[in-house]
Design a protein around this ligand. Structure first.
Ligand code: ZN
Length: 495
């Protein structure tokens, strides 16, 4: 399953190539996770620039007839791309700081969902239509849903939305599919769901055998769903991915499930498909033929790719708890998601300035030696290396600042910002190839933050003439710091 929902704009040619490569790797089907990134004829206001068109889907299906292409929609949770558009605010269940859910009590939401499903069924010819249904964390929030929840519970609200919607899909000759996480969270919901519905049981950190067995005993067909661990890492946690795929393959056999869906998520925030596709194809080889993992990756990416993947996916993550598997992408969270690159220095400064940082740079240089300049796997190596080098720039600027040489600190930051700026050509190339359309803008924001801090240091220089006091550098670089506010209350109140 490819996640095109995170700012992706796949070209038809790219899609056809991925379908053909997936087929030759042994996959029987490819899922396209769409959310708002499909140009639904029923919701023209929702299609942003580069959204996948129904025509592109039809052409891909015609050009790669050997592999099924299955639409993965969302129809209740994860509607943020619709709700945060001018045309779709009315769908919202209510305010949320994370993903956004539509209101299951609103009959117009049901009509809207049916429109999306109809559009998908028009473009995709496969029997299966995935309706999403995961992570509906806002069940029972709005006034009407809250009243209903008192009578039928969150399970009832979920079941009364998806039961009839699945029946409606069945009436149209297709098989509905749902993610199973909310049926595990609200077990009473399952009695509303027609038995012909296929349940996609995803567990990215453990085997699905327990829940998959229960769904099978209830009479449901199940697909076991591991993940390629890119979304939670700086590039990919390689051995965690392999373990996760293998335990789902074993569980699928043990529970007589229909098969395994390898999910791949969120190729944005400075990650990209091109650097990971050989790993994704290798999962297909492993699942279809039991190929040894290293042989599978070599077959898909080549010897040098495999060696570089071992460095980036296993050796670098094992250098430090900050980088290791089963954590939540701490490196990218601090550098990119926080929208202030100084957070990486705050969170990881000590290690990155010491032997761990030296080791990261040494391993990144090994990757650079293995792969040609334009190889997609050079980018994660540049990302790691740039992060460490950027932290060392901030350390130097901090040293100059506390020694009172504020002009030197400004100069160091302005020059050292080139470690961040240096990522721009890769991000532009990734965007031009159909990857994240927002990451170049994210980089611009990081660079602006460096300029803002440099300007604040200039203000301190101007206002603190003949004064011994300096604001601490940790507070000065915080987004909430205002010159003159020595106690800096707001810097402690967020992040
Ligand atoms: Zn509601």
């Amino acid at each position: 399953m490819l996640d095109v929902a995170r700012e992706q704009s796949p070209s038809t040619d790219w899609l056809i190539q991925v379908l053909k490569r997936s087929e030759s790797a042994g996959y029987g089907a490819v899922g396209l996770y769409l959310e708002h990134r499909f140009a639904y004829p029923s919701a023209p206001w929702a299609a942003g620039p580069g959204a996948l068109s129904p025509e592109a889907v039809r052409e891909a299906i015609r050009s790669a007839p050997g592999v099924r292409l299955i639409p993965f929609l969302n129809t209740l949770g994860h509607m943020e791309g619709f709700i945060r558009s001018e045309g779709g605010k009315w769908l919202a269940e209510g305010a949320s700081t994370g993903s956004q859910q539509a209101c299951p009590s609103n009959p117009r939401v049901v009509e809207f969902a049916r429109g999306l499903i109809t559009d998908a069924m028009d473009a995709f010819s496969d029997e299966w239509v995935h309706l999403g249904g995961d992570e509906t964390w806002q069940l029972g929030q709005c006034a009407e849903c809250s009243q209903r929840a008192e009578k039928i519970g969150k399970a009832g609200i979920y079941g009364e939305f998806y039961g009839p919607l699945c029946e409606w899909v069945l009436d149209r000759g297709r098989r509905p599919c749902l993610w199973a996480d909310m049926l595990i969270e609200h077990p009473d919901a399952i009695r509303y769901i027609p038995k012909q519905t296929i349940l996609f049981d995803w567990h990215y950190d453990k085997s699905p055998v327990e829940s998959a067995s229960q769904f099978r005993e209830m009479g449901f067909d199940v697909v076991c769903c591991p993940a390629v661990h890119t979304f939670d890492s700086a590039w990919c946690f390689l051995d965690q991915t392999q373990e996760n795929v293998d335990e789902h393959a074993a569980a699928a056999i043990e529970t007589d499930s229909l098969g395994v869906l390898v999910t791949t998520w969120e190729y944005s925030y400075f990650t990209n498909y091109e650097s990971t596709l050989p790993v994704i194809y290798a999962c297909g080889r492993r699942l279809s033929s039991g190929t040894d993992w290293s042989d599978a990756i070599r077959a898909e990416g080549g010897e040098e790719y495999w060696r570089a993947a071992e460095i980036l996916g296993n050796q670098i993550p094992s250098l430090s708890p900050f980088l290791q598997k089963r954590t939540w992408r701490k490196f990218r969270n601090a550098l990119i998601f926080g929208q202030n690159p100084f957070y990486l220095w705050l969170d990881w400064g000590e290690e990155a300035c010491g032997s761990v940082g030296d080791d990261v740079i040494r391993l990144c240089m090994q990757v650079e030696d293995l792969l040609p300049e334009e190889h997609p796997l050079r980018f994660p190596a540049r990302l790691y290396r740039s992060g460490v080098e950027w932290i060392r720039v901030v350390r130097d600027a901090h040293d100059q600042y506390r020694a009172g040489d504020l002009a030197a600190a400004r100069y160091t930051l302005e020059q050292g910002c080139s470690w961040l700026e240096g990522l721009r050509p890769d991000l532009e190339r990734i965007a031009a190839g159909g990857g994240s359309s927002a990451d170049v803008g994210r980089l611009r924001m990081l660079v602006e933050k460096v300029r803002n801090v440099s300007a604040k240091i200039g203000e301190v220089e101007a206002t603190h003439q003949g004064v011994a006091h300096l604001p601490s550098f940790e507070r000065l670089v915080h987004d909430a710091y205002v010159i003159g506010d020595q106690a800096a209350w707001r810097t402690g109140q967020f992040r």
